[in-house]
Write a protein that binds this ligand. Structure first.
Ligand SMILES: [Zn+2]
Length: 264
């Protein structure tokens, strides 16, 4: 197992190895590794370049903060523009998101109007060159890619012990999760990796496919990793008729950065 990079699937060769944390550092407040009462998953080998390329991890903490903020009732409201009702404006209290630097604001396409005159941004012209954004969707997508990468790493490290040649993953992401959402009674006692971070790995029908439930703070993702010919999509649609189901198909986890997800 150790001679392959789990992000690109290629042999490690002579390139400098860089260990990637199976559970992202962004989710762990304490210093890894071990601590009483918590699970620890260690690292998996990756090429240094592959490890550094995985950009969404940079924004994971912000994505979680953003989702938690929007799931609450405090500090955000949505308005229709007075004269142009097709323009929807969401106003946020920036003091609730102290870690949102200029770089983070621009990543989520947020517009900082703290220094601007209210008269200026009240005009429809102000919005003409601004792109429409959906911060909840964008933050969920960041979380989805980071948690899928981590779920894949956990499966490789603990269950399948090999880097698969192809990936097919179905995902249903939710925001607004809490510790009350626990699956120990269904899937067995599971130790958290950190307060609010729990992952359940469950082999489906003793076959090659895996269900992974990944709860990270306010985000919960249902993931099905398909390695056999199991008709996972039909099963998912039957169990979650209302949900948005996302699919990722790639030859390597790195394809999450290029191919990404599409709705099915
Ligand atoms: Zn690699």
């Amino acid at each position: 197992m150790s001679e392959f990079c789990y992000l690109c699937g290629k042999p490690m060769g002579d390139s400098r190895a860089s260990g990637d944390h199976v559970v992202p550092v962004a989710l762990i407040a304490r210093n890894q590794p071990k601590a009483r009462g918590f699970d620890y998953a260690g690292k998996l080998p990756t090429h240094e370049e592959c490890n550094n390329r995985f950009g969404p991890e940079t924004y994971m903490v912000n994505a979680l903060e953003l989702l938690e903020f929007l799931a609450g009732n405090n500090g955000h409201s949505t308005y229709q523009h007075r004269t142009r009702p097709e323009i929807l404006i969401q106003a946020w209290d920036a003091s609730k998101l102290p870690n949102f630097t200029e770089r983070v604001l621009s990543f989520f396409k947020l517009i900082d109007v703290r220094e601007s005159d209210a008269a200026a941004w009240s005009e429809p012209e102000f919005f003409r060159d601004k792109s429409r954004t959906n911060p909840t969707r964008d933050a969920l997508h960041v979380a989805l890619s980071v948690l899928t990468k981590s779920a894949a790493a956990l499966l490789i490290k603990r269950k399948i012990h090999t880097v698969p040649p192809t990936w097919q993953v179905y995902a249903i992401p939710y925001s607004g999760a809490t510790d009350a959402l626990d699956f120990d009674h269904l899937l067995g006692d599971t130790k958290p990796f950190e307060a609010g971070v729990k992952v359940w790995l469950h082999q489906l029908d003793g076959g090659p496919d895996w269900l992974v439930l990944y709860r990270a703070k306010s985000v919960l993702v249902y993931l099905i990793f398909v390695f056999g010919h199991h008709n996972a999509l039909a099963t998912l649609k039957e169990h979650f008729p209302e949900a948005d189901i996302h699919e990722f198909v790639g030859t390597a986890i790195n394809d999450l950065l290029t191919v990404g997800w599409h709705k099915v």
